[in-house]
Design a protein around this ligand. Structure first.
Ligand SMILES: Cc1ncc(COP(=O)(O)O)c(C=O)c1O
Length: 445
């Protein structure tokens, strides 16, 4: 079983060097939290602990940045926030109020988007049910359905009411990703069928996830250009928009535990050597304006000569990243190296911090120094980890801890497991006002 190829592969992997997360990037994040420490203490005094702390100035800043950079790059551009990345109604309302459309992927999300006042909605996602499509058709004034298959188009024909539709194209050969969209060579047939039905065909969507740089997106735009080029002239004219999906990584890059870096993981398996809890790694990401420029150059070269259309995008993670911070209190200290918090990782529904790194920041004992310590949640399972180190001048029962920048793929995955789901508090930034928004979230839980 063991071959020379294994030898080579192991050597190659062990020689890999995942970059060390620069200390100045961690410090920047820690200092931002320290500056807001009074408001975190006030939130706990007024509303208790644990809490989802909604940071609206941070949300606004990222949303505005995305909007301005992409609008400048593309001119005729519309963003649709991907609700799956964060379905907090206050956040959806805020973004809808800023002119963002909303990208929904279920009837449930569609109802939330409508109740939050979204005026423009794209409805994507596989295997939409008859009930979901009927709901969308009832709101055809604001919803464009991005069909995922011919079956969905047939269902819309059965419903028999007019609505705008686009179609998602499959982007990858990866077996699990083939569940999304139709093949490129089926596009002409899809447009023909749509034209002979009650719906109006008006656009094309694709999506690819987890892009740290624009290379993958650029390749997808190039391929789409080839497909569009082959379409009959009257089909090309019908394309009003190309929706380039989401998947833009926050500019900070992906922060991971040293254990998660491939070469370190292998080293640990082979030699059983644990990683240093203060060793953090990262995968750098392209800044968003360079990203948008690369996409617009590809669009101008490969699509515009054949279809003079507008551009939609569906950012999720990039916009939501800084919108929520986890607010926790130390409930118990077991050993000098084990702290247990009142809140737990059912707040985010997955074991994120067994792979990803985010600083755990003690705002009761402020210090920029990081110390090793296991900071764990209070669920009755060992897979309930916030981190393996904390920034602070010590750690005591009753201390207030913040884990910043947890807005994406946390709240929307919250889990009704063992402990209750905490309340949310909104920091609007205006007069440092704090508002409890339980009334908004109750209907969702
Ligand atoms: C169709 C679609 N659009 C947009 C997104 C948002 O991606 P991200 O949060 O990485 O920007 C997703 C995420 O999976 C998606 O499936």
């Amino acid at each position: 079983m063991y071959t020379y190829e294994h030898d080579e592969a192991v050597r190659k992997l062990l020689n890999k060097r995942t970059p060390v997360l620069p200390d100045k990037m961690i410090k920047k994040c820690v200092r931002k939290v320290h500056k807001m420490s009074d408001i975190f203490h006030e939130a706990r005094e007024k509303f208790g602990s644990p809490l989802y702390f909604l940071d609206i100035p941070s949300l606004n800043e990222r949303a505005e940045r995305f909007l301005s950079v992409f609008s400048e790059a593309f001119g005729d551009f519309s963003p649709f926030f991907a609700m799956k990345s964060c379905n907090h109604p206050y956040i959806i309302q805020t973004l809808a109020g800023m002119g963002f459309g909303i990208d929904v992927s279920s009837g449930r999300e569609l109802e939330t988007a409508i109740s939050c006042g979204a005026e423009k909605i794209v409805f994507s996602g596989p295997a939409k049910t008859m009930t979901e499509l009927e709901l969308a058709v009832r709101h055809s004034d604001r919803v464009t359905i991005l069909c995922d298959s011919f079956t969905e188009l047939n269902k819309l024909t059965v419903i028999g009411k007019p609505i705008r539709v686009g179609v998602r194209l499959t982007t990858e050969n990866n077996p699990l990703w083939r569940k999304f969209g139709i093949q490129h060579d089926e596009l002409e047939q899809f447009i023909n069928m749509a034209e002979n039905s009650c719906v109006t065909f008006c656009g094309i969507q694709f999506h690819s996830s987890w892009n740290l740089n624009p290379d993958n997106h650029v390749e997808l735009i190039r391929n789409l250009g080839k497909t569009i080029q082959k379409l009959p002239k009257d089909h090309k004219k019908r394309i009003e928009f190309i929706d380039i999906g989401g998947g833009y990584w926050p500019e900070e890059g992906e922060w991971i535990l040293a254990d998660t870096a491939e070469e370190m993981k292998l080293n640990k398996q082979l030699l059983n050597q644990p990683c240093d809890p203060l060793d953090h790694r990262y995968l750098p990401a392209t800044d968003i304006s360079t990203y948008a420029d690369a996409l617009s150059a590809a669009f101008n070269e490969h699509i515009l000569p054949y279809a003079g259309c507008r551009v939609f995008a569906e950012p999720g993670r990039f916009v939501a990243h800084g919108a929520i911070h986890m607010l926790l209190t130390v409930e118990d200290i077991k050993q000098p190296d084990i702290a247990i918090t009142d809140g737990a990782t059912n707040m985010l529904g997955w074991e994120r911090y067994e792979m990803d790194y985010f600083p755990v920041i003690n705002v009761s004992q402020i210090s920029e120094t990081e110390y090793p310590m296991m900071v764990l949640g209070s669920l009755c399972t060992p897979h309930d980890v916030w981190g393996y180190a904390y920034h602070g001048g010590g750690m005591s029962i009753g201390d207030l801890l913040i884990i910043p920048d947890q807005g994406a793929y946390t709240y929307s995955l919250r889990q009704n497991f063992i402990k209750e789901i905490p309340e949310s508090v909104v920091f609007s930034g205006i007069n440092h006002e704090l508002v409890n928004c339980t009334f908004l979230t109750q209907s969702q839980d």
